[in-house]
Design a protein around this ligand. Structure first.
Ligand SMILES: Cc1cc2nc3c(=O)[nH]c(=O)nc-3n(C[C@H](O)[C@H](O)[C@H](O)COP(=O)(O)OP(=O)(O)OC[C@H]3O[C@@H](n4cnc5c(N)ncnc54)[C@H](O)[C@@H]3O)c2cc1C
Length: 358
């Protein structure tokens, strides 16, 4: 089958890798002039790493194996942690650049059209911005939250602002040394420090939109690794955190995956995870005739993604609480809640993954 993918991000490249292994011909149209990914680092939980392996991506040696993820107060008191392995495939924390390199390697063999986008699509015949035409049996939108293909096919989906924004940066590990990933929750601000491969840490910071503070001021009461990392990342790029008001799995002429289908807030660390899972399930479903494959794909994905999106949004709201009373209550409730609550979520993420269901 000839498959045309719009977007060479994590979802598009994952799909390309799996389709090539299954014997399909793949064309990828990417708006950027090179294959790259912004955003510093990323956490890939077991559901994501297992699917990447299934898709033919070189997982061994990718990033740094994670021993666990903790949530702590701004002063460093641990409120909860999820660390027990849920499968033989460990979670990994990796620089976006290394992940993209691994994906690009696995997708070698696909025909790449860089610096281009689809400007017309009729009955599988796509016209690119260069004027070149590609006839495809299946067109897949994997072009992110602002999907050009969604717009081309007439679906304008409103984006919902979460009410907070996010900064991301890589800093040298000596700056804020710590053995594993910790997210520090303050009042309307959060800081995450995630050790990656090599000597680097991935730092992410969030702040409610109503707070107009400089980064050093916003995190001045946080423990030292956070303050040191913030001081080393004052030029980090900031972006709003948004999600799609409704999920779009299919439009006449194309099917969608990843953020193009269901962009949601990043609080569960599962946006890429769901894009990678989508890719695996779509490859599996394409073993059937196309008219059965697409409904089967949507049926297998929609409910799980909805659960992750809603859980992620809820978690973000609580994590961004700002009032003194609210955060004190939140912290004391988390400190006494059974450790198994977080472990249960990790287990559900794993058990519902397409690899666990084979
Ligand atoms: C702050 C933050 C932290 C996050 N942390 C995590 C995490 O720890 N773990 C996790 O799993 N997820 C995380 N995510 C989510 C994750 O980054 C996304 O869900 C994931 O990148 C989605 O991949 P994608 O391939 O669907 O889309 P994208 O990564 O957006 O890729 C889309 C691709 O399409 C291209 N493109 C765009 N428009 C066009 C067009 N018109 N034509 C052709 N090409 C086009 C883009 O250049 C890009 O290459 C985080 C997100 C944010 C914002």
């Amino acid at each position: 089958m000839q498959v045309l993918i719009s977007g060479a991000g994590i979802g598009g490249l994952s799909l390309a890798a799996g389709l090539l292994r299954a014997g399909h011909s793949v064309h990828i149209v990417e708006r950027s002039l090179e294959l790259r990914s912004g955003g510093a680092g990323i956490a890939l939980f077991s559901n994501a790493t297992a699917c990447l392996r299934w898709l033919g991506v070189q997982v061994d040696g990718l990033g740094r194996i994670s021993q666990g993820f903790a949530v702590a107060t701004a002063q460093g008191k641990v409120l909860g942690a999820a660390g027990e392995p849920v499968s033989d495939e460990p979670a990994r924390c990796v620089s976006r650049e290394a992940l993209h390199d691994a994906l690009a390697l696995a997708a070698q063999g696909a025909e790449l059209y860089l610096g281009q986008e689809l400007v017309a699509l009729h009955d599988g015949l796509a016209t690119l911005s260069s004027g070149e035409r590609i006839q495809a049996d299946l067109v897949v939108g994997a072009d992110g939250i602002h999907s050009g293909l969604r717009s081309l096919l007439g679906a304008e989906v409103p984006l919902v602002d979460s009410g907070y924004r996010c900064w991301r940066a890589l800093v040298a590990s000596g700056v804020g040394e710590q053995p594993d990933s910790v997210e520090y929750w303050g009042r309307g601000v959060r800081a995450g420090i995630v050790p990656l491969e090599g000597d680097q840490l991935y730092l992410f910071l969030t702040m409610n939109n109503g707070l107009k503070l400089g980064l050093e001021e916003a995190f001045s009461e946080f423990v030292d690794p956070v303050r040191a990392c913030v001081a080393a990342a004052l030029d980090a790029e900031v972006r709003p955190i948004q999600s799609m008001a409704k999920h779009v799995w299919q439009l006449p002429g194309a099917v969608f995956l990843g953020d193009a289908a269901h962009a949601f807030t990043p609080n569960m660390g599962q946006g890429a995870g769901m894009a990678i899972e989508d890719a695996m399930v779509l490859v599996q479903c394409l073993e059937q005739p196309l008219d059965q494959a697409i409904p089967a794909y949507i049926a297998r994905r929609a409910e799980r993604v909805q659960w992750v999106a809603e859980s992620s949004e809820r978690l973000g709201k609580v994590a961004q609480w700002q009032s003194g009373l609210g955060t004190a209550l939140r912290n004391s409730m988390m400190a006494v809640s059974p450790k198994s609550a977080q472990q249960k979520v990790m287990m559900r993420l794993w058990e519902g993954s397409p690899v666990a269901q084979i």
